[in-house]
Design a protein. Structure first.
Length: 256
């Protein structure tokens, strides 16, 4: 497939999947909220647990939200492990326990106390002069791991950029916050969507290799950056718009 045909194919996929509820996805949970303060926190929690089967992810996140009466910002900004951990009882998702969730909430609470919002933390190391959001993401992950425990799997929820992970779920979260269409919210409007990095998981990795978008074999941050740069040739201002479509085309076996 030549470059022109590939762009046409990718654009067709994008328009197929760009509508709200076009495919099962955890992002639709966030559309239950109206307040940006709730959306950015619920988004980080949801994206952190966005691994495994979609139905199981949605069930877990919805159960947590029901436990706190969907008052995400209020609960998290006032979170105290001593008085509030009871709301996390038996909230285990695969190998992540309620202790991991509590650590995540403590770290978000710490950021809110220092920066007032997750967006403000991200902006601390963000610049429109940068080629991409990598520096901002690195600082973001460091600050969200201030409270850590080697006996838990919290670091799986918020992986560090310095460990060369693709940081798929964090890049997914940033897509939700920075882009704006029927799927994504665009509530962090001081950041440019052209700086985003493609969220790369197994589905995106396989589809990208199948379509010959990337030459690199190793699924790491360098792979994500190479893929993003390739997609910029098709849309320099919004390369990550293809993420939702490529991911679900892979999940639904449209691209094999």
């Amino acid at each position: 497939m030549n470059s022109k045909d590939l762009k046409t194919y990718l654009d067709q996929l994008y328009f197929t999947y760009r509508s709200k509820h076009s495919s099962k996805d955890p992002v639709w949970i966030l559309h239950e909220f109206q307040d940006a303060k709730d959306i950015e926190i619920a988004g980080l929690i949801t994206s952190s647990y966005a691994y495994g089967q979609v139905d199981q992810i949605n069930m877990f996140v919805t159960r947590f939200l029901k436990n706190i009466n969907f008052k995400v910002h209020e609960f998290t900004s006032n979170y105290s492990e001593h008085k509030d951990k009871k709301y996390l009882t038996d909230l285990k998702y695969r190998f992540n326990t309620e202790d991991d969730l509590s650590l995540l909430l403590k770290n978000i609470n710490n950021v809110l106390n220092k920066y007032n919002s997750l967006e403000n933390l991200f902006l601390e190391n963000y610049s429109n002069e940068h080629l991409n959001i990598l520096a901002a993401l690195g600082n973001f992950t460091e600050k969200l791991n201030e409270y850590s425990d080697h006996e838990t799997y919290h670091s799986y929820l918020i992986p560090l950029v310095k460990n060369r992970s693709t940081c798929k779920r964090l890049n997914l979260y940033l897509r939700w916050m920075i882009r704006k269409d029927e799927i994504d919210f665009g509530i962090w409007d001081r950041c440019e969507k052209s700086k985003l990095i493609m969220p790369v998981d197994t589905h995106i990795y396989k589809v990208s290799r199948k379509l010959k978008l990337v030459k690199r074999n190793t699924c790491d941050m360098k792979f994500a950056l190479e893929l993003t740069n390739k997609l910029k040739k098709f849309d320099p201002e919004d390369p990550v718009k293809y993420d939702f479509a490529l991911c679900h085309a892979g999940m639904e076996k449209i691209i094999r």
